[in-house]
Write a protein of this length. Structure first.
Lengths: 275, 331
């Protein structure tokens, strides 16, 4: 009797915990996404189609993809180099660098945007020099890329660093004694060993770049059809009372992120089975 | 190819890993760097390979100064204690690595890899990944990988340290046979004196960053230059005349001119030999090694009082007194 009542209560407790977890996920994560999808088609599929084929919307998606396509490779290379430097080398102020990498996570994107504004704007440290040379930074692609690179900087390095620590440097030393140069060692030994960390970092960086809003909002100038990204376009539609339009762009953005995550999950188990 | 190590010094912060180490390794020989952990033997080996930079001194390979040459240009083979297998490559790819980075023709690489896999008896496992091999197989793969590039010098850092007792015995015999066939100058680092005596022509015994004695295994065992060397090659017992080994003690029921009293605490039969644990009048524990026949004649039992003396002809005066090893060497 007492045994079964204990089992029952532990079973009940498990159910309660699951219920709470499920409710939490539903309320915080899944619910809003479902509602957005639902409301998208409020005014019919025709309106969705019109919004998405609007030339300004298409341009906004192009801008988002272009900025992402520049920022992700740059941050991937940077993240791997910084990861290697922090784990494999000793240099002064290493601790400081390690702490600074996390700065974009701690700093509000709005602050990032403002600081870029101050640096590259008229009278800023670099602003006058670029203006004198006829190079447009603010309210153009360069500032949007800089802002996006800044906010998505830590992800690759943060994935790569623990993996590098875990694999140790014996394999690299073995490669060196076998005659491999520094580059050959990196290409053939280090990179394959950390590839999953790099891929995971790239996925997170991509998601962050696609979704970036605050910093880009400040430095881009939000010129419709010119410097407007997809997230800025959502806000533009929203403030112009085109709710269904805003929802349809949001759904496409969400689908892109979900696709990236699904691709990840599909790839990963295969790799683990191989080992 | 010979190795000349001249006046090598190395510190890690405040810790002196090596101090003024000089050692010559003859071409074609198999030398063991022996010593307790922290004695600097692995650091010395890594300096020879170029994986560590010395603070002082020079390393010469075949007369050529390579002290500042990077590891990939030294032509040495290095085998690590924990194998350092390339986990994402098959056995075949692991062994081929050194040849592939040298951009040798594919047919040549394939032929050489087959030959080496045959040599280390891993032919049937060529397409496996390291994770699918046992420790002994992984280490043989690592050895084949190191030998593939025809190194002038083969350096092994505790190569059998992570393997179980039976496999390590098997592998070290096999290593010795391999050395007798290939004649590659080989240096093996180990903390196991039995392993060093089993495989090596010469042993350099290290302690606290210095080489204590260099010689063939017999020399170190029979003519140790100090108490550290003597005690490293097995337990020693302090007698009135100095330090002797347990098998140099004889037991008797009658007192003799140099004997002292001790109580038998335990008689352990180890096949051919018998270990007798004893306690002397000052309460210090030690042991004596007898043959089975000797023990049978004495009919020893625990609790008995016996008379202990060094065997006739044993010179117990070797060894520098005052090194303070007495406490740790009495078993």
């Amino acid at each position: 009797m007492s045994v079964s009542s204990v089992a029952l209560s532990s079973g009940a407790r498990r159910l309660t915990l699951r219920g709470i977890a499920l409710f939490y996920l539903l309320a915080i994560l899944i619910g809003p996404v479902i509602v957005v999808c639902w409301r998208t088609f409020d005014q019919g599929a025709g309106h969705v189609w019109d919004t998405l084929t609007d030339s300004n919307t298409i341009h906004a998606f192009e801008m988002t993809l272009l900025v992402t396509a520049i920022a992700v490779p740059v941050n991937t290379v940077f993240g791997i180099i910084v990861g290697l430097a922090i784990v494999r080398r000793n240099f002064p102020l290493k601790g400081l660098l390690n702490a600074f990498i996390d700065l974009p996570l701690a700093l509000s994107p709005v602050v990032v945007g403002l600081s870029l504004f101050l640096l590259y704007g008229r009278g800023g440290w670099f602003g006058d020099w670029f203006e004198a040379h006829g190079i447009q930074i603010l309210f153009a692609l360069p500032a949007m890329v800089l802002a996006t690179i800044f906010v998505s900087l830590p992800f690759v390095a943060r994935e790569v660093i623990p993996t590098l620590r875990e694999i140790g440097d014996e394999q690299e030393q073995a490669a060196r004694t076998l005659g491999a140069s520094a580059w050959q060692t990196f290409r053939r030994i280090t990179l394959p060993s950390i590839r999953w960390a790099v891929i995971y970092g790239v996925v997170l960086t991509t998601a962050r770049c696609l979704g970036e809003y605050g910093a880009v909002a400040i430095v881009s100038g939000r010129l419709e059809g010119q410097t407007e990204t997809a997230t800025l376009r959502v806000e533009d539609r929203y403030t112009n009372f085109d709710l269904a339009g805003a929802y349809s762009i949001a759904v496409v953005l969400a689908s892109m992120a979900i696709l990236v995550l699904i691709a990840m999950t599909l790839l990963k188990p295969k790799e683990e089975a191989e080992r | 190819m010979s190795i000349e190590i001249q006046g090598i010094g190395k510190r890690f912060g405040d810790f002196v890993a090596l101090e003024d180490v000089t050692l010559e390794v003859e071409a074609g020989s198999l030398t063991a760097l022996l010593g307790p952990s922290g004695s600097g033997k692995s650091t010395l080996l890594r300096i020879v390979a170029g994986l560590e930079q010395p603070d002082a001194g020079t390393v010469r390979l075949d007369g050529e100064d390579v002290t500042v040459t990077p590891p990939q240009a030294r032509g040495v083979g290095f085998v690590f204690q924990h194998y350092a297998a390339f986990k994402h490559m098959t056995v075949r790819k692991n062994v081929a690595f050194g040849l592939e980075v040298r951009r040798r023709p594919k047919s040549e690489v394939a032929a050489r890899v087959d030959e080496l896999l045959e040599l280390v008896q891993l032919r049937g496992l060529a397409d496996r990944y390291p994770a699918q091999l046992s420790g002994g197989q992984r280490q043989r793969m690592a050895l084949a990988r190191a030998l593939a590039v025809e190194p002038s010098v083969l350096l092994l850092d505790e190569p059998f340290g992570a393997l179980d007792a039976r496999v390590r015995k098997e592998l070290r015999r096999w290593l010795r046979r391999l050395h007798d066939e290939q004649h590659v100058t080989t240096v093996i680092v180990t903390h196991d004196q039995e392993e060093a005596m089993d495989v090596a022509d010469r042993i350099a015994l290290m302690h606290e960053g210095r080489i204590q004695q260099i010689g063939d295994p017999r020399e170190l065992y029979d003519a140790p230059v100090n108490d550290f060397v003597r005690s490293f090659f097995g337990p020693v017992v302090e007698t009135a005349d100095g330090l002797v080994r347990p098998h140099d003690l004889s037991l008797s029921h009658e007192p003799g001119p140099t004997s002292f009293e001790a109580m038998v605490t335990r008689v352990v039969h180890l096949g051919f030999e018998v270990r007798v644990d004893l306690l002397d009048a000052d309460g210090r524990a030690f042991s004596a090694q007898l043959t089975r026949d000797e023990e049978a004649e004495l009919e020893l039992e625990s609790g008995q009082i016996v008379f202990v003396s060094p065997r006739n002809g044993v010179d117990a005066s070797v060894g520098t007194p005052g090194l303070g090893v007495g406490d740790e060497v009495v078993e």
